[in-house]
Design a protein around this ligand. Structure first.
Ligand code: PLP
Ligand code: COI
Length: 341
């Protein structure tokens, strides 16, 4: 299989149309078999549920070329499970996780020529998503749905790669207590767009959202969970019912304990205690682990001792171990790697 002629090492995080995508329709209460198609366009009625009431959920994952030339993806079963939970919360039919994994592997295989080579720094981003497709005008769930999976080769999510980020504490809230912050619904991202455009205008890379109930606790950013390292070398991540349960974060907690012998804890983290941490990072599929050098809270700067030039030492160890597992140079825990054959 010949790879596409793409300048892999200089890719940003953008959309490049690839050859195939998977499509399955839910009609009369059942999902059809689904097919791979070359048609990248979606044609739906003007009154489709997704267009009127934002009935859509999605997932994000990556395919990698390992050091020995295999194509793999990371814990796709967990993305499938999370998409089931997202669908339930928005009254959408569940696309079963086993069929989800099958569809993802099939779509990656069909776009093998776009999976960046090992060592290029790029990966193939995979975007499964689902939306209400039939006309809905009263506020209610759609009756028909479409599930799709497309892929796009990507480079680093944050420009500058591993240069530490500057984040501001946002005045906007992302998710309400008992709302939808814990699922991957498009609506959570729509409402973050104004905050991110404004953050960029003010010179910040991202927003730190606080818990909307008390505005005293750290939640997450628009597209990644937080991870902190204490001065004693303990890994700490925020616990909250209104943040997305990041698969990367859950994996890193396990990596910290089992591979690096570190203590790791998921607990509520107060804004007030940020100045006590030694390192900070953002973790997620797109972000991998992106180091944070500085958090600005309304003019008050919290500068982490790890500084503004490189990743902190513990963050770096976590990054190297996780990416080693994903790229096949470090043995993965049972069931973490799914090979595309
Ligand atoms: N939080 C938000 C809001 C996200 O969009 C993402 C990205 O998927 C994450 C966290 C990280 O989750 P994961 O590690 O499962 O990609
Ligand atoms: C991901 O990491 O997969 C996401 O969905 C985050 C998004 C902001 C690109």
């Amino acid at each position: 299989m010949e790879k596409k002629n793409i300048d892999w090492s200089n890719l940003g995080f953008g959309y490049i149309q690839t050859d195939f995508r998977f499509v399955s329709n839910y009609v009369n209460g059942a999902w059809d078999e689904g097919v791979l198609t070359e048609d990248a366009n979606v044609v739906i009625n003007e009154c489709a549920g997704v267009l009127q009431y934002a009935q859509t959920v999605f997932e994000g994952m990556k395919a990698y070329t390992t050091a020995d030339g295999r194509i793999v993806t990371f814990r796709p079963d967990l993305n499938g499970e999370r998409m089931e939970q997202s669908a339930r919360r928005l009254e959408m039919p569940v696309f079963p996780k086993e069929k989800f994994v099958e569809a993802v592997l099939k779509t990656i295989k069909a776009n093998e020529a776009y999976v960046p080579p090992y060592g290029s720094g790029a990966t193939l981003y995979v975007r499964p998503y689902m939306f209400g497709s039939n006309p809905v005008i009263g506020v209610k769930p759609a009756d028909e749905y479409q599930f799709r999976v497309f892929t796009t080769p990507v480079g680093p999510y944050f420009k500058g790669g591993v240069k530490p980020l500057t984040i501001r504490v946002s005045d906007f809230d992302r998710a309400a207590p008992r709302g939808t912050g814990h699922i991957k619904a498009g609506l959570n991202y729509a409402m973050s767009l104004h905050a991110i455009v404004d953050a960029h205008k003010q010179g910040y890379d991202e927003n730190m959202y606080l818990d909307a109930g008390t505005r005293t606790k750290v939640e997450e950013t628009g597209g990644a969970n937080f991870l902190f390292v204490t001065k004693e070398g303990k890994v700490v991540t925020p616990k909250s019912g209104s943040i997305l349960p990041s698969i990367t974060r859950r994996s890193l907690v396990q990596v910290a304990k089992e591979y690096l012998g570190l203590e790791a804890e998921e607990r509520e983290i107060y804004l007030e205690e940020l100045a006590d941490f030694a390192e900070c990072g953002l973790c997620g599929t797109a972000a991998v682990i992106s180091p944070v050098g500085k958090i600005v809270d309304h003019g008050k700067e919290i500068c982490f001792p790890s500084g503004m030039t490189e990743m902190g030492p513990v963050t770096k160890k976590l990054y190297d171990t996780l990416t080693g597992i994903q790229m096949g140079t470090i043995k993965a825990p049972e069931g973490w790697i799914a090979e595309v054959k």
